[in-house]
Design a protein around this ligand. Structure first.
Ligand SMILES: Cc1ncc(COP(=O)(O)O)c(C=O)c1O
Length: 461
């Protein structure tokens, strides 16, 4: 099929996620037909560096022989069978591998298929944990402002992403929100980590009797704009959870699997959550698979006679899918074989070096980085930190121009995200940063900024 035919059919039949469809219909969408290492290849044969890891999940690149072979070998055995009333070898092997690398104290793996289901399961697990212990009043949650845990109803409730979730507010359950410790834009002077911890403690003092768990994205809040928390914040949250007898849920859907320079972000502060949510990089970015890990203490609260009603009644058709588990096992093997965590640490330092000049640009307010997670916040005025008018869609316009240079990046509002596969080479990192730098430097020429009209870009948040 020609590119034009595919685009026409897409516009006729497909509804895209997080996409302004009215703009999409007026655009010529990129049609990806293949991948090769760090590149995506479109229907006209053009190559693009995948600098967002195909939405923050790709780890080793595309068409990696070891993962391809593992999935093909699994196809020769079985593609799918249920985990209800039976089990499968790949899910068992993967669970053992995950527990071996997870923060010490996590003991059980509950599978699902996306980040949102991993967090949704964590919330149900936390609420039922207390219910099973005879404390059903403990069913509320603490979340952070601008936290993001996915788009299902529970995940939207605990997250607070007004821009995405406003129409659904009436559907959501009650959550206590504490401010996210965001050094660049914290509204109160002083140490934002200390202040945010004090705010959490205030909530706990007043409501701990009804609170089941605190849920945070540890170390880096992804969708909020790659906000890097001050060191010690996670340790402080763990201590507060213990002090007030509530559970700690860490959502590592974005930060897990080496992204921040450790296998899991919790390792930066040596913290073990009671529940850990994983997805995205779990299969190396190959297949939809997620896992919610829990401690033995939580698991034990679900044991008892069937008539006691302590069973965790949750599951999905594709829970523990063997093909996806086989991909995940092959991905974990590659972490070992390529000493990937050490290499990410090394390359992260080089990435910091590359990014240092971006900070000097007129319209760059803040450059945030932890490992291979980067957010470059664009501002209209650097001194006052005044943002651009969202209607100008400056972040989207910059990303579109970067794409014309053969590199795929996406904005979160006016924060440009760089989130490349962990296997990206230094020379490719340089290519990405150079292109982003060049287009940020040209912001003044954008039609929307120079008031010559609006750049209509369909696919940003
Ligand atoms: C921290 C975090 N939690 C949950 C999710 C939701 O994951 P999914 O899109 O796989 O449902 C995301 C997605 O970006 C995320 O960043």
């Amino acid at each position: 099929m020609t590119t034009q035919h595919l685009q026409t059919l897409d516009k006729q039949h497909v509804w895209h996620p997080f996409t302004h469809m009215s703009l999409w219909l007026a655009d010529d969408p990129l049609v990806i037909v293949a991948g090769d290492g760090m590149h995506l290849i479109d229907s006209d044969g053009r190559r693009y560096l995948d600098a967002i890891s195909s939405l923050w999940c790709n780890v080793h690149g595309h068409r990696v022989k070891e993962i391809d072979d593992a999935v093909r070998a699994q196809l020769d055995r079985i593609a799918h069978c249920t985990m209800l009333g039976q089990t499968n070898d790949q899910a068992i092997i993967l669970a053992e591998r995950l527990i071996a690398i997870a923060p010490r104290g996590l003991a059980k793996v509950f599978y699902s298929d996306s980040g949102a289901t991993a967090t949704e399961i964590a919330f149900k697990m936390a609420a039922q944990y207390w219910w099973n212990l005879g404390r059903p009043q403990k069913h509320e949650f603490i979340g952070l402002t601008d936290g993001y845990h996915g788009d299902t109803v529970g995940a939207m409730s605990v997250g607070m992403t007004a821009a995405f979730h406003k129409p659904y507010r009436p559907l959501l359950f009650k959550v206590h929100y504490a401010p996210a410790p965001f050094p660049y834009r914290y509204p109160v002077p002083g140490d934002c980590g200390v202040h945010a911890l004090a705010a959490i403690e205030e909530i706990l003092k007043a409501h701990h009797q009804t609170i089941a768990a605190i849920c945070i994205e540890p170390i880096v809040m992804g969708a909020a704009g790659m906000i890097v928390h001050p060191h010690g914040f996670l340790t402080g949250v763990r201590a507060l959870a213990d002090k007030y007898d509530v559970l700690l849920i860490c959502d590592e859907v974005a930060t897990g699997f080496g992204r921040t320079g450790t296998m899991f972000a919790c390792e930066h502060e040596n913290v073990t959550p009671d529940i850990l949510c994983l997805a995205k990089g779990l299969t190396g970015g190959y297949m939809p698979l997620a896992a919610t890990l829990a401690t033995q203490r939580i698991f034990d609260a679900f044991l008892g006679e069937p008539h006691e009603g302590k069973t965790f009644f949750h599951g999905h058709t594709y829970t523990g899918n063997p093909l996806a588990c086989a991909a995940a096992i092959a991905s974990l093997d590659l972490f070992d074989k390529n000493d990937l965590i050490a290499s990410v640490r090394r390359k992260s330092l080089e990435l910091t070096e590359l990014l240092s000049c971006v900070n000097e640009l007129e319209h760059v307010g803040d450059v945030r980085q932890k490992g291979f997670m980067v957010g470059i916040e664009l501002v209209a005025d650097k001194a006052s930190k005044r943002p651009f008018d969202p209607k100008q869609r400056v972040g989207a316009a910059v990303c579109r121009r970067v794409r014309d240079r053969g590199i795929i990046v996406r904005p979160l509002g006016d924060t440009i995200v760089i989130f490349p596969p962990l296997a990206t080479e230094l020379i490719q990192l340089r290519e990405i940063v150079d292109a982003v730098y060049a287009e940020i430097a040209r912001i003044g020429e954008l039609p929307s900024v120079s008031d010559r009209g609006d750049d209509q870009i369909a696919g940003d948040f």
